[in-house]
Design a protein around this ligand. Structure first.
Ligand code: GDP
Length: 361
């Protein structure tokens, strides 16, 4: 087996209660993003971070595993929280293909932990649970960036017992909410059992295991959803509408299918009529070595899914975050406008009828 060219990178969203470590986990995963540029290094996108497969197997200390995977890596949406999950949509439902629910192992479940689980169940999105902040367990001997078992085996018996007790409380709470789960290395069937991974977003312990389990989930349950046509028209979701000096109103978007080029005609979701405009520039962030250059962004001629990019184009003022962006040709323009209009309506109806109170987090 090897990475397949017609599979795009799965998109991952981090959810969980406030202060349980969503931002810290993303920061840890992004850690080496600024030194990107080397082959196989993590790349910073607009609004997302891409961790290529090679970097994941290297982190796990087992490059031989490379042959077992067909997906090219993982794309993490930089905005955490379930508000992001529910408002960011793709044609088939949630934009995220996979999710991580993070829970502070010392605090246990909180309202937003439970809400996250219900939202994922409703959307049938495969997810893992991470039990975070294991380094705060009294007496913990941190092992930076170590896989969980290697770190666990270096702890004293007393610390291991303490972790096991807290860990099984998390498993018990998941059970009380209708989810059968176990420690990830004991789960044989991820379709019926949720894998739970003990981690520290600060020391990086358990993060190699988390990335590996996510890849396994993507491969087992998503392969059929990840096929895409690199030569087809670009399709994406707006993350944010932003004013940028010298560029006017821009949109940050996650492109999840096809190709988007400078000069393309795009249709963008809006609360009024869908916006029809022409791409003036496709922009990516600059890497560290280019930081002295005055512009924050560099122009590229085209991008292919899955990727986070910024678009500059006229008339983007009314663009809707969570709305869709689609490339159109003169022949398809009318149909594409209709598609974008109905996608905006679907998001609104779904948000109204979900029955879930979304709190800001
Ligand atoms: P968010 O609200 O879910 O995004 O949580 P943050 O990532 O902002 O984390 C909240 C606080 O917990 C911050 O002070 C973090 O430094 C701290 N924190 C997060 N993860 C860990 C961890 O694994 N270990 C320790 N010791 N602190 C953590």
């Amino acid at each position: 087996m090897a990475v397949k060219d017609d599979l795009r990178t799965p998109i991952v969203c981090v959810m969980g209660h406030v202060d349980h470590g969503k931002t810290s986990l993303l920061d840890n995963i992004r850690g080496s993003a600024v030194v990107s540029g080397e082959a196989g290094a993590i790349t910073q996108h607009i609004g997302a971070t891409e961790v290529p497969i090679r970097s994941i197997v290297d982190k796990c200390g087992n490059p031989g595993l490379l042959d077992q995977f067909v997906v090219p890596g993982l794309l993490f949406i930089d905005t955490p929280g379930h508000h992001a999950f529910t408002t960011l949509r793709s044609r088939g439902g949630a934009l995220a293909d996979l999710a991580i629910v993070i829970v502070d192992i010392n605090e246990g479940f909180k309202p937003q932990t439970i809400e996250s689980l219900h939202i994922l169940k409703q959307h049938k999105t495969p997810f893992v649970v991470v039990a975070n902040k294991i380094d705060k367990i009294h007496g913990w001997n941190p092992q930076k960036d170590s896989p969980f078992m290697a770190s666990y085996n270096k702890q004293s018996e007393h610390v291991r017992t303490s972790l096991d007790n807290k860990f099984y409380e998390v498993i018990g709470e998941l059970y009380n909410h209708g989810f059968s789960s176990d420690r990830y290395d004991r789960v044989a069937d991820f379709q019926h059992n949720i894998g739970v991974i003990p981690i520290s977003a600060i020391t990086g312990e358990g993060i190699p295991d988390l990335l590996m389990v996510l890849l396994g989930l993507a491969q087992r349950f998503l392969e059929s959803n990840l096929h895409y046509d690199a030569t087809g028209p670009g399709v994406g979701t707006v993350l944010e509408v932003k004013e940028e000096r010298g560029l006017g109103t821009t949109i940050d978007l996650i492109l999840y299918d096809g190709t988007l080029k400078k000069g393309d005609t795009i249709v963008v979701g809006s609360l009024d009529e869908p916006i029809q405009t022409k791409v003036r520039a496709v922009l990516k962030p600059r890497v560290l070595s280019e930081i002295n250059v005055e512009d924050k962004f560099k122009q590229v001629s085209k991008v292919t899914a899955a990727i986070g990019v910024k678009i500059s184009a006229p008339n983007l003022d009314g663009a809707l975050s969570g709305g869709s962006v689609r490339v159109a040709t003169p022949e398809t323009l009318e149909t594409v406008v209709e598609e974008v209009r109905s996608e905006v309506e679907a998001v609104q109806i779904d948000t109204d009828q979900s029955g879930i109170t979304i709190k800001a987090d």
